[in-house]
Unconditional design. Structure first.
Length: 178
């Protein structure tokens, strides 16, 4: 559906940081034990710590891969009809000439209701428009606003800067120039 997402996108970074925290915690335990004890560390203790480090590194790698697979392909944006001022937040599935919008409930990532399908006729350029500062509490004012014409009327999409080219390419109707 889309290219590989940026490395720090979604939950992969969070899962990896938990794994890194485990590694740092295990190292801190070993160093503390070695510094505060007069006796050398037992071989069982060292084997246990080594095993824990291997598991933590493996968990970090699996967390990155799972985070990318589960959360990485999600395209999240704000959407509104061009004549309205209220933004709706959600995620989209984009394909040539089609847009499926899954609305979020209360701006948190719980999908609410049935998805809405739009047939896309034209996709506008990134003209530099941004949401107004008055809407600071409901939408990020640094979003890029893109106009699209659909079968249900003109819409505006509020996108992060790294999503603009991806969405424009994916939504472009078949046979239309980019």
């Amino acid at each position: 559906m889309s290219q590989k997402p940026p490395f720090f996108k979604g939950q992969g970074f969070r899962l990896a940081s938990i794994g890194v925290g485990l590694v740092i915690g295990l190292i801190a335990v070993v160093v503390t034990q070695a510094v505060t004890s007069d006796e050398p560390l037992s071989s069982g203790f060292l084997i246990g710590i080594s095993f824990g480090l291997v598991i933590a590194v493996a968990a970090t790698a699996v967390g990155l891969l799972l985070g990318r697979k589960v959360f990485g392909q999600r395209l999240e944006l704000a959407l509104r009809p061009a004549t309205e001022t209220k933004w709706r937040h959600g995620r989209v599935e984009a394909s040539p000439g089609r847009l499926r919008f899954h609305r979020y409930k209360w701006q948190i990532r719980f999908v609410s209701g049935d998805p809405v399908d739009f047939a896309v006729h034209t996709v506008g350029l990134d003209s530099g428009k941004r949401p107004s500062k008055k809407q600071l509490w409901s939408v990020n004012p640094s979003l890029h606003v893109i106009d699209i014409d659909t079968d249900q009327g003109p819409l505006q999409l509020g996108l992060q800067s790294h999503q603009v080219d991806t969405i424009r390419t994916q939504l472009q109707p078949a046979g239309s120039p980019s």
